[in-house]
Design a protein around this ligand. Sequence first.
Ligand code: CA
Length: 222
Amino acid sequence: MKVLVIEDEEKTAAYLRTGLQEHGFEVQVATDGIRGAEIALGEGADLVILDVMLPGKDGWSIVSEIRGAGLQTPVLFLTARDGVPDRVRGLELGADDYLVKPFAFSELLARVRSLARRAAPRQDALRIADLVIDPLQRRVTRASKDIDLTPKEYLLLLQFARSPGEILSRKFLAEQVWDIRFESDTNIVEVHVRRLRAKIDDPFVRKLIHTVRGVGYVFEER
Ligand code: CA
């Protein structure tokens, strides 16, 4: 599930990115309205979180363009103003919901999930062998047993499950899951892969995570 965040305040954008990624969403950030509209109308997103006051193009124009193009992408408006006319205008132009800044992350998450459910009531689960990932409920099972993963373990598993059979380097995983530049002396990826294996592979006969020495890992049923 890809969420496009169009927000020019760097702190808010970073906070949204981190929080949403920790809850299993793929996040793309645009810090100006022109770029944001380009992404929303071009490559698209499953959900858009949209600030009202933006450089280049304001949130109202963007939501009008999205709806004008016939796209049903759910849009959650963020507004720093608590004036009723602003909210009404946003909703009239086609936004699905709004939040007034400052907001609690838990509330934003609840609204994002609610919009996601409405937009994609039957989002497909990812399956590899007897492992099933339900991205909407953030639920993982193997052989029908629930597996409890930390947010980072879950994100790591999602990366694997999205590219089965491909070699994923430690550098790639460090960047995708931790949003950090990879330094070769960090063992953060190894440590988390070990923990993930202990949960999804060790109790089972068929292993899914395979080490490619000196490079990274392959996720597949062998
Ligand atoms: Ca703004």
